[in-house]
Design a protein around this ligand. Structure first.
Ligand code: ADP
Ligand code: MG
Length: 387
């Protein structure tokens, strides 16, 4: 789960990480009064769940409260496009009004899971403020790493080593060690999956402050954190993905033309591969999970076809725990309730596959039933071409 910058900063501040004073505003006049409170010289920052806002015109410096009001009125309501939003962008509904910081240097600090070692790693770099992906690709030697041993946690000497590596001196060096330790503590306490402070700033008077903050929580641990769940902003998430999560369905929007209903992530991958191989591409995939029932299949189907990009639906289910007759029943019931104008190709294999096939046949509805995966994919691509 992603959260906004201002929410991430509130969390970090509680753990002792210094952040600029700021206030959220949802109207230009609120922005003006926030700016007045903060002393006039402020930065107006679009709050969306994507980075790269600065380059996209979503972060603007204001010399006084009047200018802050003007920037807020330009930014609020805009469709902000960054390299992380996709071409349609994301609508800005709130801005963070933050005191302008006197920046000497911009650094990078992050914590992520290193899947190769199955451990958390703290990353630091003097090349802050820009895309860390680009730094990693072009000048990997500029990224310093310290692995966190899960048995003992991040050690102060590791934090100091990173602070030293970032070229910090004097006060900033001392603060750096403390800040990195605080960050590791916050990460663990919130069961996060990603922390990114980009930039971490050395101010003109040699102090450290987190100027940007990005936090992703680990969805699998969210049930432990009622308070963090409340930070969720559904407006920032794809509408159909939100709808799917209500029924515990795993739905991912993609940019092709075939709607895919599958059970299990492995089968989802294989299904997407075979569709690509046959010459088309998936518009989404919807994983109904292992132990599904008629109700879930019905909801899944409804969500799948409400995606306007879908030109054909491919239902590819392997009945291991789930029985094919139940899936067939769900599909037939869903089609009874819904108006479906796209061709449907179904492949049901495994437990009770013949019973499933009979239900489909006796329903009198129109499907293409395929037994083999390759045959099914061929039928899907033909259906898309005909559409
Ligand atoms: P994003 O990463 O989405 O572009 P940031 O919060 O990193 O957004 O802001 C982009 C840039 O704007 C920063 O690298 C920094 O140079 C500047 N900036 C952001 N917040 C402030 C602030 N409070 N004071 C001064 N400059 C800021
Ligand atoms: Mg940033």
């Amino acid at each position: 789960m992603k959260i906004h910058e201002f929410q991430a900063k509130e969390i970090l501040q509680k753990f002792g990480v210094p952040v600029p004073s700021g206030k959220v505003a949802t109207s230009p006049s609120d922005a003006r009064s926030a700016a007045e409170e903060l002393g006039g010289k402020v930065v107006v920052k679009a709050q969306i769940h994507a980075g790269g806002r600065g380059k996209g015109g979503g972060v603007k410096l204001a010399g006084d409260a009047g200018e802050a009001e003007q920037h807020a009125s330009d930014i609020l309501g805009m469709q902000l496009v960054t390299h992380q939003t996709g071409p349609e962008g994301q609508k800005v509904k709130q801005v963070l009004i933050e005191e302008a910081t006197d920046i000497d240097r911009e650094l990078y600090l992050g914590i992520v899971l290193d899947r190769a070692t199955s451990k958390l790693v703290v990353m630091a770099s003097q090349a802050g403020g820009m895309d860390i992906e680009q730094v990693a690709a072009e000048t990997p030697e500029k990224i310093l790493k310290e692995t966190i041993d899960p048995a003992v946690g991040l050690q102060p000497f590791q934090a100091r080593r990173l602070a030293f590596g970032m070229g910090l001196e004097g006060d900033a060096f001392k603060e750096g060690g403390r800040l990195i330790m605080a960050l590791a503590k916050a990460f663990e306490a919130t069961d996060s999956s990603l922390f990114e402070i980009n930039p971490l700033v050395v101010t003109g008077d040699n102090h450290l402050i987190a100027l940007d903050a990005k936090i992703n929580f680990d969805d699998n641990a969210l049930y432990l954190h009622k308070d963090l769940q409340e930070l969720r902003d559904l407006d920032e998430e794809a509408a159909l993905e939100v709808e799917a999560s209500k029924y515990e369905l795993n739905y991912i929007k993609l940019d092709g033309e075939v709607g895919c209903m599958v059970n299990g992530a492995g089968l989802a991958m294989a299904t997407m591969d075979i569709i690509q191989y046959a010459g088309s591409s998936p518009a989404n995939f919807l994983d109904v999970g292992g132990g599904t029932n008629v109700e879930r299949v019905r909801n899944a189907f409804r969500i799948l076809i409400s995606d306007e990009d879908v030109k054909a639906v491919f239902i590819n289910i392997f009945g291991g725990i789930v029985r094919c007759d139940r899936v067939a029943q769900g599909v037939v019931e869903a089609l009874g309730d819904l108006e479906v104008n796209v061709p449907i190709i179904i492949r049901l294999q495994g437990t009770n596959a013949p019973e499933g096939a009979t239900i489909l046949k006796e329903s009198g509805l129109e499907f293409t039933v395929a037994m083999e995966l390759k045959e099914a994919a061929g039928a899907v691509v033909e259906a898309v071409k005909a559409a």
